[in-house]
Ligand binder design. Structure first.
Ligand SMILES: [Zn+2]
Ligand SMILES: [Zn+2]
Ligand SMILES: [Zn+2]
Ligand SMILES: [Zn+2]
Length: 811
């Protein structure tokens, strides 16, 4: 997903392997990215472009009336089954595939408005009704739409507008009796009903939709940093030959304190798993729902009723405003390149968008900078990791300040030492050019070259049609080409930077079916972004901050007490790649973690947990251990494990245990599937078997043991046995604590579930204590403006109402 699709990757690697040795050497030893780009792009042949074109042909990114009809019919089917959510999403897909001002699009909007009406989304329903009308909704169908509009207005407490709609409707009837007799009767009856409601509402004081009064306490920075925008004054920026740039606490910081609140410089929504479809297959159109269907492609906010770009079927937005902004800033160039960008991967897309966004800053200065840095000095000088070079750079100082002891112009900062959150800052992120393999650099360079050729071929004056009148505007084609090369080098640089500097924007997805009364949450990657301030943080496998996202805004909170002078640490892969694959201390062994950091981020981690674990490499079997079937003691060893029990001689091969574990995991998976399908007794039975099997060969702290307990808790909750559910959840909680620590976000989500179970089971004192614990943990990670925290607060006030004596529980 980050990198180009496999077919293009292997095609380019093949091409590389067939290159004459001398050319390979030239490219491998290119001193600057400029040389690398120029040498590589000369090798891009028309047949390579043809191949790439064929690959992108598999993505359906254009408008297609047949697709529109297909999705609308699928949506109607869901609608009949009363699955209004499912119907809404399918109608949205229909909307995306229809051209503007067509009957198709108006029908999709109208049908979506009906589904939204059933979902109680009246405001959104009204918007869709207007959209259906502006795109030419057929006259003969108007009455139904107007009735729905009137009903929405009544429900929203706007009787005047509802009356107006009704009189429009009545004159419509009178003027054009286009509806059939039976339809007319139905409409008449509904109309009467609505009229009665309007009357009732008129007699009541006007009800306004509950005003959203957000309390921004703890959501904004207490005091903004003068040197680093978007950061709090509790941190300061430093540079060190070995560590590079990093942030340090300027005072003692308490857990939960907001340290950074930063909007992404650039972000690209992850397309989700969208395999290119071979042509001619029956099931050409995908009814799978990805995050691209449910989130705005610009602001990333969740939206049930997106509006599509007029030119393509893949870009969708929460509102007309977001669509316009995206169009003005980047989508006018990207629109026709959708399939190519899906083929070349997210990193290439982020690289292009970064370059497009750079146009909105002083273009002359940017170009000058690009040309200057690339040709004169060689591109990686100022931020090279070579300590000697950084020192030289540091000591050079600035003319008039020579008398002061040390002047450090930190890369990415302006002459006043202020770190600017702009293209300059993004440009200065490390590309680690010398660490990437020659093949990888060749792949990136050719992908960017192919993109540049497409930009050129499409006649897109992408980088010259600037907003401000500059001398570039008058530039003729040859200049465009030369300039496109400059931007090509910049995009190549971004592509290489992203491996270490891309930040995944994640979101919490609530899983579990409607029957499951307790929610399960899962962290998923929503978008890939660049945050100049967030990028200043160094890595530790045991970070002291937590990152969360609202739309494209990242917030960083202290996870623990950070003493004045201590460095602020972020766990890179944990947040950058999604939770499950992170090298966080609690999720991966030290060797695996260090390997991951070395291969992706090019450094050897020396953080305290890594040091600790390195000093006692054979610290026993660990948490994910197997146990002896005879005496229950933990087994130790590598390929053959032997029992650590005092008088036991058992030994067993690791392969055997691993395959037994895999069997167990399959069983657990099967039980979870049954649970999802509502076969609760069967699922519980199977889970209890899994539980006893797990006990016989896994340590009590094994993550699979925790998973079984958690699933059992869900099953009992679905059966309404809250007491049993709570018992199992507490077991799961114990395992989560061992793995992730008492103040981890995982612990917070698990405590939230337990609070729900106690709440539903009316165990008031237990519920109140658990709510308090959950709130404390989640507050540190997310701050007060978080759905789960607000849910907890609602539960709490509800429970306090139930308590007999004011003043709370007494002992
Ligand atoms: Zn939006
Ligand atoms: Zn478009
Ligand atoms: Zn480490
Ligand atoms: Zn034993």
């Amino acid at each position: 997903m980050d990198l180009p699709v496999d077919e293009w990757k292997s095609y380019i690697l093949q091409k590389w392997s067939l290159l004459p040795k001398s050319i390979q050497v030239t490219i491998s030893t290119a001193k600057t990215l400029n040389d690398l780009f120029l040498h590589s792009s000369l090798l891009l042949q028309p047949e390579d472009e043809m191949f790439l074109k064929r690959l992108s042909g598999g993505y359906l990114v254009g408008k297609d009336p047949d697709a529109s009809l297909f999705y609308r019919e699928k949506g109607n089917k869901k609608f009949q089954e009363k699955d209004y959510m499912g119907a809404t999403v399918l109608y949205s897909k229909g909307v995306s595939h229809s051209g503007p001002n067509s009957t198709d699009i108006s029908l999709c909007y109208a049908n979506r408005s009906a589904a939204l009406f059933h979902l109680g989304q009246y405001e959104t329903c009204l918007k869709d009704i207007v959209r259906a009308q502006t795109h030419g909704y057929p006259e003969r169908l108007q009455p139904k739409l107007l009735l729905r509009k009137a009903e929405c207005l009544v429900t929203l407490g706007r009787p005047q507008e509802a009356s107006q709609t009704i009189s429009d409707l009545e004159s419509n009837f009178a003027a054009k009796p286009t509806v059939s007799a039976s339809q007319f009767q139905i409409l008449q009856r509904t109309l009467c009903r609505v009229k009665v409601k309007v009357q009732e509402k008129k007699n009541l004081p006007e009800i306004f939709p509950e005003a959203l009064t957000k309390t921004f306490e703890g959501v904004d920075l207490r005091e903004e940093n003068e040197q680093i925008p978007c950061a709090s004054s509790s941190v300061s920026l430093h540079i060190d030959p070995l560590k590079g740039r990093y942030l340090v606490a300027t005072k003692d910081i308490l857990p939960g304190e907001l340290l950074v609140k930063e909007d992404a410089f650039v972000s690209v929504l992850n397309p989700g798993e969208m395999p290119p479809r071979p042509h001619g297959l029956e099931n050409k159109w995908d009814i799978q729902v990805t995050s691209g269907d449910l989130h705005c492609h610009r602001c990333l906010r969740r939206t049930l009723a997106p509006v599509p770009c007029d030119g393509c079927s893949y870009a969708k937005y929460c509102s007309q405003e977001c669509m316009q902004q995206a169009w003005d800033r980047y989508h006018s160039v990207e629109c026709s390149l959708g399939a190519l960008l899906l083929t070349l991967g997210v990193f290439c897309h982020v690289a292009l968008r970064s370059a497009l966004l750079a146009r909105f800053e002083d273009v002359d200065e940017v170009i000058e900078k690009l040309c200057g840095e690339m040709s004169k000095q060689g591109i990686c000088l100022p931020e090279s990791e070579d300590p000697a070079q950084i020192l030289k750079y540091d000591l050079r100082g600035e003319g008039e300040k020579k008398d002061e002891a040390v002047v450090t112009p930190i890369p990415g900062c302006d002459i006043n030492g202020k770190y600017e959150r702009n293209y300059n800052a993004v440009f200065h992120l490390l590309p680690h050019t010398e660490n990437h393999s020659p093949e990888h650099k060749f792949l990136c360079a050719l992908s960017v070259s192919a993109l540049c050729r497409q930009l050129e071929a499409a006649g897109l004056q992408a980088f010259t049609t600037d907003l401000k009148p500059t001398k570039l505007k008058a530039a003729e084609t040859p200049v465009l080409c030369a300039e496109l090369n400059v931007w090509g080098v910049a995009m190549l640089r971004h592509m290489l930077q992203l491996q270490c500097n891309a930040q995944a924007i994640t979101t919490i997805q609530h899983t579990g079916s409607k029957e499951n009364l307790i929610t399960d949450t899962q962290q998923v990657r929503l978008a890939t972004a660049v945050f100049p301030v967030l990028s200043l943080l160094n890595h530790s496998c045991s970070p002291n901050i937590s990152v969360s996202f609202i739309g494209t805004i990242a917030t960083i909170r202290a996870l623990q007490l950070i003493r004045r002078g201590q460095e602020i640490f972020h766990c890179y892969v944990l947040a950058k790649r999604g939770l499950s694959a992170g090298p966080h201390e609690s999720r991966m062994g030290v060797a695996e973690r260090r390997q991951k950091l070395r291969s992706q981020y090019f450094f050897d981690c020396n953080c305290p947990p890594c040091e600790r674990e390195r000093q006692r490499p054979s610290a026993g079997p660990g948490r994910e251990a197997f146990r002896c079937h005879c005496c229950r003691a933990l087994l130790q060893g590598d390929d053959v494990l032997s029992c650590g029990g005092p008088a036991c001689m058992e030994s067993v091969s690791r392969d055997l245990l691993v395959s037994r574990l895999q069997d167990l995991q399959r069983q657990v998976g099967a039980a979870q599937k049954r649970l999802r399908n509502g076969r609760l007794e069967l699922a519980t039975q199977l889970l209890l078997e899994c539980q006893s099997d797990a006990k016989s060969f896994l340590s009590a702290d094994h993550s699979v043991v925790g998973e079984i307990e958690d699933t059992l808790a869900q099953a009992y909750a679905a059966l309404g046995d809250w007491e049993k559910s709570a018992t199992h959840l507490q077991e799961s909680l114990r395992v989560v604590e061992v793995h992730h620590g008492p103040s981890s976000v995982e612990m917070g989500h698990e405590l939230f579930k337990l609070a729900q179970v106690f709440f539903n089971g009316c165990a008031i004192p237990e519920a109140l204590t658990t709510i308090q614990k959950a709130e404390k943990v989640l507050l540190v990670h997310y701050g007060p403006w978080n759905d789960e925290i607000r849910e907890l607060q609602k539960m709490k006030s509800c429970l306090l109402d139930l308590l007999p004596i004011p003043g709370g529980p007494k002992e």
